[in-house]
Design a protein around this ligand. Structure first.
Ligand SMILES: O=C(O)C1=C[C@@H](OP(=O)(O)O)[C@@H](O)[C@H](O)C1
Ligand SMILES: C=C(OP(=O)(O)O)C(=O)O
Length: 447
């Protein structure tokens, strides 16, 4: 959906202790993939714990447009009747991915090696984001792409009628690019190889194996070498989506900076390609205990107990960036409430997310009285100490759910309230954010 609702101003006021249980929604990356892989299997895939955020709902609509039958049975309970690898039907209209980079990039890959034409668009944020990073490797399979200047949406892809397998080294750490190439490789004969120098989230690899694809990952001096054998018969699966560690970071960081807080966040994925923010918070002095570690839905999960903590700024190791790429905005808020400097390097990918997240965080934090430094690839936040961020500003969110949630978390611990100009994008990834946070004791008001 391109249209968000009307802009919704929201204000967070300094909160008393956050106390209680925070059940965060299903993982967004796994939810997209469950629908897409389910659509490419033959038979019925059953999903529980699906994230019902707008981004994932847009992927469900897209899979219907390509011919799969996608049905909701109850909260988080969905089924997908897939059409098999190469079985997509040509969509009759333009496919609108709203705010979702993952949805559009993965599905471009999924249709790229089937003889059909499809046209993609998105909201004002998605139409600014680069698609060349996906259409360049897809061209190697024989796929043609016609978009706006700079490889922007709206864009039409003509799938390769006689695809050839591809060997591709991703030029930037991106699970979306890696996954698009693997999805295209599904319908190419022979072996498609993707090499990534830095490991990114590995949900596609894990889930493709689960769906019955022949896929091997080797760790070499070049990085991870992923070899997929094309044209498998994917088998439908039962997928239990674990809770999203990126969404969990918001209540976790809020509890860490609001004095007296003590919360419990059950069943959060601790996949090593996703848990960088938790390692970083612990290094800063966060009181987080990881209880009852176990496996759920093929992913390592733990229950998190989180208490208010006095924290110290650190240098975040740049090689950790891919495992916490979506968590830098809220980490910057924690950094502002820590003592000393927090240095975040190697993060230029943040500039091509739903907004330029380095710029959005730097401008918003400055408006709230926090000193920051930035360059193309870096954000440095000078901490004010616990509960000492002045606040008292309205921060621009640029159609970016993570910027919106980050500044609301900031306002829960700042001296004066913090407003955001638009809370509506939060529904893309965390529709129940407001209720969950107010349930813990936060004060959020709509204008
Ligand atoms: O593959 C995925 O599910 C995602 C990959 C990441 O994007 P990039 O591939 O652009 O790094 C991440 O930021 C996004 O939220 C989800
Ligand atoms: C970058 C994100 O998502 P996407 O690329 O799917 O829009 C995100 O959720 O932070």
């Amino acid at each position: 959906m391109s249209g968000h609702g009307p802009a919704q101003v929201m204000t967070a006021t300094k909160s008393g202790p956050l106390i209680g249980r925070a059940e965060v929604p299903g993982d967004k990356s796994i939810s997209h993939r469950a629908l897409i892989f389910g659509a490419m299997a033959v038979g019925e895939t059953r999903i529980t714990g699906l994230l019902e955020g707008q981004d994932v709902l847009d992927t469900a609509s897209a899979m219907r447009a390509f011919g799969a039958e996608v049905t909701q049975h109850g909260q988080g309970a969905w089924s997908v009747h897939g059409v098999g690898v190469g079985g997509f039907r040509e969509p009759t209209g333009v496919i609108d991915f709203g705010n979702s980079g993952t949805g559009v990039r993965l599905i471009m890959g999924a249709m790229a090696t089937t003889a059909m034409t499809a046209t993609f668009t998105g909201d004002a944020s998605l139409r600014k984001r680069p698609m060349g990073r996906v259409t360049d490797p897809l061209a190697l399979f024989g796929t043609q792409a016609y978009g706006r200047r700079g490889g922007r949406l709206p864009m039409t892809l003509v799938g390769a009628a006689n695809p050839v397998p591809v060997r591709y080294t991703t030029p930037m750490p991106s699970a979306q690019v890696k996954s698009a190439v693997l999805l295209a490789g599904l319908n190419a004969p022979g072996q498609t190889v993707v090499i990534e120098r830095e490991a990114t989230r590995d949900h596609s690899e894990r889930m493709l194996v689960g769906f019955g694809a022949e896929l091997v990952v080797e760790q070499t001096d070049e990085g991870n070498v992923i070899t997929l054998t094309g044209q498998p018969d994917l088998r439908p699966q039962v997928v239990a989506v674990p809770r999203d560690p990126s969404s969990a970071a918001f209540p976790v960081c809020a509890a860490l900076i609001v004095e007296g807080s003590d919360i419990f966040v059950p069943g959060v994925s601790q996949n090593l390609t996703r848990n960088g923010v938790y390692l970083t918070l612990v290094e800063m002095g966060a009181d987080i205990t990881f209880e009852n570690p176990r496996e759920e839905g093929g992913e390592p999960v733990a229950d998190l107990r989180v208490k208010f903590s006095e924290m110290t700024g650190i240098e975040v190791p740049p090689e950790r960036a891919p495992s916490m790429i979506d968590e830098y905005p809220v980490l910057a808020v924690v950094a502002a409430n820590a003592t000393g400097r927090t240095v975040m390097r190697g993060i230029k990918e943040l500039r091509v997310k739903e907004s330029d997240r380095i710029d959005a965080m730097a401008r918003g934090l400055e408006a709230c009285g926090v000193m920051v430094e930035e360059d193309e690839d870096t954000l440095i936040v000078h901490g004010r100490g616990p509960g000492s961020m002045p606040g008292g500003a309205t921060c621009a969110t640029h159609l970016d759910h993570r910027i919106a949630m980050s500044f609301l978390v900031a306002g829960m611990a700042s001296v004066a309230p913090i407003s955001i100009d638009d809370a509506s994008p939060i529904a893309t990834s965390f529709p129940l954010f407001e209720g969950l946070m107010t349930g813990l004791g936060a004060t959020l008001t709509k204008a």
